[in-house]
Design a protein around this ligand. Structure first.
Ligand SMILES: Cc1cc2nc3c(=O)[nH]c(=O)nc-3n(C[C@H](O)[C@H](O)[C@H](O)COP(=O)(O)O)c2cc1C
Length: 401
């Protein structure tokens, strides 16, 4: 690890984080020693995996993981059919107290979920008594739904979201309340507004994307195969980052609540992008499940160097910086025409730009007879940028016409 003395601390809902990076509610936070190891490695906080009252039955199924791989890369998207933690509040309240005692400068948040008002409020009281810093409420859990439709997630109902957030807030005397929503709704802003009306302090956005991870074409059984049958997974990991960025941006632009981001980050760069569209802190899960807790070294170093390079004093200075640059389609400039241009020395003559433009663009690229270098027809090229996106060698760029 490169030692960097820069202060990366940030405040979220009045809670001090030594850096903006924490573990989200998932297997890496479902074991005391694993959270200890993460804190030793340098993570600022952890959201302990969603807990419930002792009477809640948590009926897990194995195997529970599958993944989409793409073009030689493992885990573009990770699918899980996990449920909430098997460890109920009696175990989790002790773990939280232990962690707070051992790591007073780290943030111990706990994710919780009830199935009726008394349960939500009992969980809040017990977690506050245990000394947790933040209470995160899972409104996007596939289990124990209190949404309006059978099987729907709580955050898919605006009415239920506002009502349950209100119950939790009513019981919380000390801790900020964060509501974890789902991106699987028609209008994320309305959900965020319901969270705010319920009185919660912040939003965790968002969560996994309901998905069918793939189908075995020999057995006809989708993944994961549980003795010949399957079900829908929640997909996390890199494939979900663009969805998370849009979710964060939409909420940040229209609802005045702090946000902790979750969904897709694997690097400091991803985290910075999430902060630029409004996140205050960034939660990690799949990246840690894939590469381990030590990725925190890269996250801290990368953020520190980015801030240094761009001349920002502290992480809070970058929050929302990209938001003014997001407008509706109708507000985008039509005045300046751009076309693509070749950087000859980089071209590897793979023909991909030519093929893409021929069959999916505007037939504006020809291959020069003498050396097969792409030639852009300035009149035909409308500047769609497809060629730039397919080029594996960064040999194409956009220039003003
Ligand atoms: C195996 C697994 C179990 C999870 N369990 C929970 C959970 O109990 N409660 C919860 O709020 N989120 C749960 N999540 C969702 C993660 O906290 C996180 O929001 C999601 O994985 C997206 O972030 P990522 O792309 O960094 O993984 C789980 C995710 C995985 C992969």
């Amino acid at each position: 690890m490169i030692t960097n003395e820069r202060d990366l601390s940030i405040d979220f809902c009045g809670v001090h984080f030594v850096n903006p990076f924490l573990l989200s509610a998932a297997p890496p936070t479902d074991d005391l020693d694993m959270v200890r190891a993460a804190f030793e490695a340098g993570w600022a906080g952890a959201v302990l995996k969603t807990t419930s009252v002792e009477t809640e039955k948590v009926d897990l199924v194995y195997p529970m993981m599958s993944a989409v791989h793409y073009d030689g890369h493992r885990i573009m998207g990770l699918g899980n059919i996990d449920l909430i933690s098997e460890h109920h509040i009696d175990v989790v309240e002790k773990r939280a107290a232990t962690l707070k005692r051992e790591y007073p400068d780290r943030v111990v948040a706990v994710s919780m979920m009830g199935s009726k008002k008394e349960e939500w409020q009992e969980l809040v009281r017990r977690l506050e008594a245990a000394g947790v810093d933040i209470i995160e409420c899972s409104f996007s859990c596939p289990q124990g739904s209190m949404g309006e439709e059978p099987g729907a997630m709580l955050a898919q109902s605006l009415e239920a979201t506002e009502r349950v957030a209100g119950w939790v807030k009513q019981a919380a005397k000390r801790c900020p309340v964060v509501i974890k929503i789902t991106p699987q709704v028609a209008n994320i802003v309305k959900v965020a507004q319901a969270v705010k009306r319920g009185g919660a302090d912040a939003i965790c956005a968002a969560n996994t994307i309901p998905s069918l991870m793939g189908v075995n074409v020999d057995t006809f059984v989708p993944y994961p195969d549980v003795q010949g049958r399957s079900t829908y997974s929640g997909m996390s990991g890199p494939a979900t980052k663009p969805i998370t960025l849009r979710t964060l941006a939409e909420i940040s632009r229209q609802v005045d609540l702090p946000i902790t981001a979750t969904g897709g980050p694997v690097s400091w760069h991803d985290a910075v992008e999430m902060m630029l569209v409004g996140a205050t802190t960034v939660q990690f899960c799949t990246a840690v499940m894939h590469y381990g807790v030590d990725i925190i070294d890269d996250l801290r170093d990368g953020l520190a160097f980015y801030l240094e390079d761009k001349g920002f004093a502290k992480p809070a200075d970058i929050i929302g910086r990209a938001l003014p640059n997001i407008v509706n389609h109708g507000e985008l400039s039509r005045d300046v025409k751009v076309i693509s241009a070749l950087i000859e020395e980089r071209c590897v003559k793979c023909d991909l730009c030519y093929i893409a433009c021929r069959d999916g663009g505007h037939q504006a690229i020809k291959l020069r007879k003498t050396d097969r270098l792409p030639e852009i027809d300035r009149e035909k090229c409308p500047g769609c940028r497809l060629c730039v996106t397919v080029c594996p060698a960064d040999a194409l760029t956009m220039v003003k016409k």
